[in-house]
Design a protein around this ligand. Sequence first.
Ligand SMILES: NC(=O)c1ccc[n+]([C@@H]2O[C@H](COP(=O)([O-])OP(=O)(O)OC[C@H]3O[C@@H](n4cnc5c(N)ncnc54)[C@H](O)[C@@H]3O)[C@@H](O)[C@H]2O)c1
Length: 254
Amino acid sequence: MTVGELSGAVALVTGGGAGIGRAICLDLAAAGARVVVIDRSDPSDVADQIAASGGESLAVVADVTSEQAMVDAGAAAVDRFGGIDALVNNAGVFASLASGPFEQISVAQWRLAMDVNVMGSFLATKAVVGAMRTRGGGRVVNIASTTALKGTADLLHYTSSKGAVLAMTRALARELGPDGILVNAVAPGFTVSTGVEQNSDHVAGMRVAAPGGRVLKREMVPEDIVGAVRFLCGPSSGFITGQTLVVDGGAYFH
Ligand SMILES: NC(=O)c1ccc[n+]([C@@H]2O[C@H](COP(=O)([O-])OP(=O)(O)OC[C@H]3O[C@@H](n4cnc5c(N)ncnc54)[C@H](O)[C@@H]3O)[C@@H](O)[C@H]2O)c1
């Protein structure tokens, strides 16, 4: 077992197969967590990379919009590692979404953003909370976005979905606090992730504009986010809940 601040903890990461989620998985594993990598595309390469570094990991192919798939993923984690300590709700759609004036957003695109980004976090949390209660506590970290804080235009489906994630974070913190389950959010700024690289035409304008709006004038990469997530999964944040930690190089002061 890897020795670190999360030594022995069992952490589930949705959307862990690529982008920000992948970086989170590798970092939590490096801190000693046993990581359940959940993704709708086979994330075995991430689990293999963790194993090659001496860590323990389980790859689970599952779609966060399926209630049964999330229940099965939680059960697989308990079966393999004996319990669940942390969940990172990272799976989301962003760069593949069509942007533009809100009247041009289709119902199908609206539903996609809400299904994956909001309902997916709801279903994954619902699936693990019983195991966390059995453990006597746990951590939920929701990956939100600064778009919800800034009110970013021309992405109303996405911005609204992340606003819901922030509201869910606060309400669940109140509901789950008595069980010792802490619920927080990390709100990243525009990040050059796998999805951004794959949809470069959709996000070209944002990619150019983002560094100029920051105190720290460079592109943001997935590795910039992992420390905040690890902190909120670990022993140093044991009296913090219902909060949103902005990680964006100083573009939005929350
Ligand atoms: N990239 C950014 O600029 C940015 C900024 C702020 C917040 N975020 C948020 O960070 C998270 C990760 O974004 P990213 O840019 O790394 O994305 P990405 O597209 O690079 O990776 C997303 C991963 O989630 C998986 N996924 C998507 N839908 C899924 C589903 N229904 N079930 C299971 N897995 C699913 C994908 O297969 C992929 O592996 C998202 O919640 C996103 O909204 C991204």
